[in-house]
Design a protein around this ligand. Structure first.
Ligand code: PHE
Length: 319
């Protein structure tokens, strides 16, 4: 009986088969062990003692075999039986575009509606496009090695996106109406408002009869569209070698109590037009360069430029 029982439990491959073997051998009503127990009554005391002992050992062995079989089939089904497909799932957290990328895409879209197409230029730039063609002479302090990231080759990481003005005008005849966006590099100390790498949006429009009023109008329309508020623009006299006259562009918002500097702008210097083969008697143009981080910070009330570069998910998740 013991051997038959062990074999039955060992052969059982499913919980149902184990249960059937249990009923067959260990069942309380008509199991085979139960009927073996019934024969005890027919024996004399000495026989009862021997038979009883054998009976107890068989019973223990079968119970053990049953337990082993039960564990074996239940652990096989473990994963499946623990998986409750009716429970609500855990949604994976999806990544999304960096706030600066979102800003850049929005700026491209906005200026496209004003008729400005997109032009991109290299971040590793030559001295000609970063300085010379922009009317920045060799002796100018802006060329100083302490203010630029020069490479061993003599090229440099561009310090401004104005380089793209030159590349575009070299490649096409007027009229020109482009924006360019991208990284620029300057060896500044990092603080709340400065970074050695940041992003600029450059605009350039060259055509017959383009004036400073066009510049101011385009900038104001753009700012209202991007920031969704009434924005006042102030031009402060300034100097850039590649524009004449030159201005710093300040902006002030309704309810705001101070002017915020957004970048530089001006009328393209005749020397620059000549350097790319345009005739300053025929066409004029404006150019502007604004800090993209500044725009994004203003839009979202971000108070520290370093947050853009730390990749802290707690910051990025908010956009
Ligand atoms: N390139 C200038 C800067 O980085 C900004 C500028 C762009 C000024 C275009 C005038 C015209 O400060």
């Amino acid at each position: 009986l013991e051997m038959e029982g062990r074999a039955a439990f060992e052969a059982a491959a499913t919980p149902e088969a184990v249960e059937a073997a249990r009923v067959d051998f260990l069942g309380m009503k008509s199991g085979r062990l139960k009927s073996a127990q019934a024969r005890l009554k027919e024996l004399n005391p000495a026989g009862k003692r021997i038979y009883g002992q054998a009976f107890n050992e068989t019973k223990a062995a079968l119970e053990q075999a049953h337990e082993a079989a039960r564990l074996r089939v239940s652990s096989q089904r473990g994963v499946a039986s623990r998986l409750d497909v009716t429970l609500p799932g855990t949604a994976p957290r999806l990544g999304h575009r960096h706030p600066l990328t979102q800003t850049i895409e929005e700026l491209i879209d906005l200026f496209a509606r004003f008729g400005f197409s997109l032009a991109l230029g290299p971040e590793v730039e030559d001295v000609f496009h970063n300085f010379e063609a922009l009317n920045i002479p060799e002796t100018h302090p802006a060329r100083d090695p302490s203010d630029n990231f020069y490479l061993n080759t003599g090229a440099l990481l561009r310090s401004q996106t104005s380089t793209v003005q030159i590349r575009v005008m070299e490649a096409q005849r007027p009229p020109v109406r482009i924006i360019s966006l991208g990284r620029v590099y300057r060896p500044d100390e990092m603080d709340q408002t400065h970074s050695f790498m940041f992003h600029q949006i450059e605009g350039l429009m060259v055509d017959r009869g383009v004036t400073m009023a066009d510049l101011k109008t385009v900038l104001r329309m753009f700012c209202s569209a991007y920031l969704g508020e009434e924005v006042t623009i102030r031009f402060r006299p300034s100097f850039f070698p590649f524009t004449e006259p030159s201005v710093e562009v300040d902006m002030k918002w309704i309810g705001g109590d101070h002017w915020v500097e957004m970048g530089g702008a001006g009328m393209v210097d005749p020397n620059v037009l000549r350097a790319v083969g345009y005739d300053p008697e025929q066409v004029t143009g404006f150019a502007f360069g604004l800090g993209i981080e500044r725009l994004c910070m203003r839009r979202h009330q971000i108070d520290d430029i370093r947050l853009f570069y730390q990749n802290d998910a707690r910051f990025l998740r908010q956009f």
